[in-house]
Design a binder for this molecule. Structure first.
Ligand code: F6P
Length: 575
């Protein structure tokens, strides 16, 4: 273990100064913009391809100065350096945290740490690139048709079986990069132990053209292993049922060899499941599940989009890693966004944070971020075991715009809660469509629909920032009794992230951006963002409750009164 007692941010002068400013704080984005012609430019930053406008945030030079001091006091830069050089900053699991090594290009001069660096006796880069090469070679075989199912047919559907970090990352990236998927190939994702998930995802599949990837860091996760067994049974039953294979152990073994591969750090368990370790792709305990999408856990996506696009995806991550490492704090986008989050949640009382992609292909990004942010920073103790000294871990949530506009934006615009929001958009859509007809009123014939979409992106942040005063409402002829309901207070903070297009690189950049925002906040709060002990109790209790759910009376009787009563009612409802 290498980390010492964390700095208590609340004891620093900068924190106290921020608390003083927050007391009676009365933001005035209209006034701030009116009196400062450079505000938009000054608070717009570049990180690789991402243009990030923080000017509609509730921040002034004074506030930002103190926030930057908070980052310095917590030594965000020093701890980032410790992370990327393999120090065991995951203290409670005594592990290095090296997801940045997963995307470090091989053999480039001037890398920090240098290529070939050894952590815990292991040449990290060599291991990473050996595995990547194996994944690439396998993906090429599947993509070219050289890898076939047991009856000689080429693979058409890849089904990733995993949960949490072994699902959310691959499914999010697959959805984000749909335009890059090789025609004739499809990926599906089974995660939930609700049996309807595996049923629905396999019901219409041809077993002869289906490849399952069992993705589990530990290869011990109940949901994933149960679903993997269900999938194996499905494969055997369908193949034998159609006469494609004989109903023998040997034939079943051959079928598993051609239709199952695995991604795991526990290759012994992979073998015990019946998957040839030759068909398994490893990774390392220094990669957390929610930081693993750029490891072999992404094999389903590598197959779908191909190694060249995957390399571009990794390069995107690396560009942001380098930005995080080298940009001065005042220009460092993940640090600045992390600091703003601290300001909103620790000083201005924000409980949650919305992420609103104006890019339909990013529709799973908020769900992905929920694990990244909340499993990382939902902690009540610091890395030395002492209680945290301030609130941690905002609730991340969101949906793509414009859908969200017609659902929950009302509360963001006019509710009583402060909800900082990140708006994410790309300038060039994958499919540029025109509304050739128009509506004869607001929409002209030939209107580019992406422009309509983007008009909403810009309009929403504008409305949230500047609102609408009672006088402006009155000037529209609104009757006095309705004026209050139509007033928008404004001063609702947003950050706007704009990228040229949703390329593999940009998707990698967005993920890395949020990884480092999480890192910045976790460091300031003094918490270990890389363990997840909070998910263990529920897992243990599920195993303890299972016999009761199956009707074992002694197990039912051993439950607390509420759980016992619920299980009894459930059993009474069972047919
Ligand atoms: O239960 C939480 C968790 O451990 C996540 O951190 C992880 O991403 C997920 O379960 C899946 O774990 P595994 O990849 O080991 O199956």
């Amino acid at each position: 273990m290498t980390e010492s007692t964390p700095v208590d941010p609340t004891s620093t002068d900068a924190w106290k100064a921020l608390a003083g400013i927050a007391d009676g704080f009365s933001p005035d984005l209209r006034g701030w913009f009116a009196s400062d012609a450079d505000r938009a430019e000054r608070y717009t930053f570049q990180a690789a391809d991402l243009t990030v406008d923080l000017s509609k945030g509730l921040v002034t030079e004074e506030i930002l100065g103190h926030l930057l001091q908070v980052a310095k006091d917590a030594d965000v830069s020093g701890r980032y350096q410790a992370m990327i050089t393999g120090e065991h900053i995951n203290v409670t699991e005594d592990r290095a945290v090296l997801h940045t090594a997963l995307r470090r290009p091989e053999g480039t001069e001037g890398l920090v740490p240098p290529t070939g660096f050894v952590v815990d006796g292991e040449d990290v880069d060599a291991e990473v690139h050996k595995t990547l090469d194996k994944v690439y070679a396998f993906a090429e075989q599947v993509r070219s048709g050289a890898w076939t199912g047991v009856t000689g047919k080429r693979i058409e559907t890849v089904v990733n079986i995993g949960i949490g970090g072994s699902d959310l990352g691959p499914v999010m990236v697959y959805e984000a990069l749909k335009p890059y998927v090789q025609p004739g190939l499809e990926a599906r994702f089974v995660s939930n132990i609700d049996p309807t998930d595996v049923y629905e995802k396999t019901a219409d599949l041809d077993p002869e053209t289906t490849l399952f990837i069992v993705a589990s860091k530990t290869f011990g996760t109940l949901e994933t292993l149960t679903n993997a067994r269900l999938a194996r049974e499905w494969l055997w039953a369908r193949l034998a049922g159609s006469g494609a294979i004989a109903d023998t152990d040997a034939a079943r073994k051959d079928a598993v060899a051609k239709h199952f591969v695995a991604v795991s750090t526990a290759l012994d368990k992979v073998e015990a499941f019946g998957i040839d370790p030759e068909n398994a792709f490893g990774f390392w305990d220094w990669v957390g599940g929610r930081y693993s999408v750029d490891s072999a856990i992404g094999t389903s996506v590598v197959i779908a989009i191909g190694p060249d696009n995957w390399r571009e995806f990794l390069a995107g991550f690396h560009a942001i890693d380098e930005h995080m490492r080298t940009a001065p704090l005042e220009q460092n986008v993940p640090v600045l966004m992390g600091l703003l989050n601290v300001w909103y949640s620790n000083f201005l009382g924000a409980q949650s944070h919305a992420v609103l992609p104006y890019a339909q292909y990013l529709h799973r990004f908020p769900a992905y971020l929920q694990q990244l942010t909340m499993e990382s920073n939902g902690k009540s103790v610091r890395w030395d075991g002492s209680p945290v000294t301030t609130d941690t871990g905002e609730i991340f949530w969101g949906e793509p715009g414009t859908n969200g506009q017609h659902a929950f934006y009302q509360l963001i615009h006019q509710g009583t809660r402060l909800i900082p929001a990140d708006f994410i958009a790309v300038a060039n859509p994958a499919h540029a469509l025109k509304d050739e007809t128009g509506d004869g009123a607001a929409v002209e014939p030939g209107q580019d629909v992406h422009e309509l979409f983007m008009a909403n992106f810009f309009a929403q942040t504008k409305a949230l920032a500047f609102g609408k005063t009672a006088d402006e409402v009155r000037a529209e002829g609104t009757k006095e009794s309705v004026v209050p309901a139509r007033v928008f207070s404004g001063n609702r903070p947003t950050s706007s992230i704009l990228a040229p297009a949703l390329t593999p690189s940009v998707v990698g950049q967005l993920i890395a951006l949020y990884e480092h925002i999480v890192f910045t906040e976790g460091t300031i709060w003094g918490i270990d963002s890389f363990d997840q002990w909070g998910v263990e109790l529920g897992k243990q209790l599920a195993l303890q409750v299972t016999p009761a759910v199956a009707g074992d009376q002694a197990a039912i009787d051993s439950q607390d009164a509420s759980t016992k009563s619920l299980i009894e009612k459930y059993l009474a409802l069972r047919k």
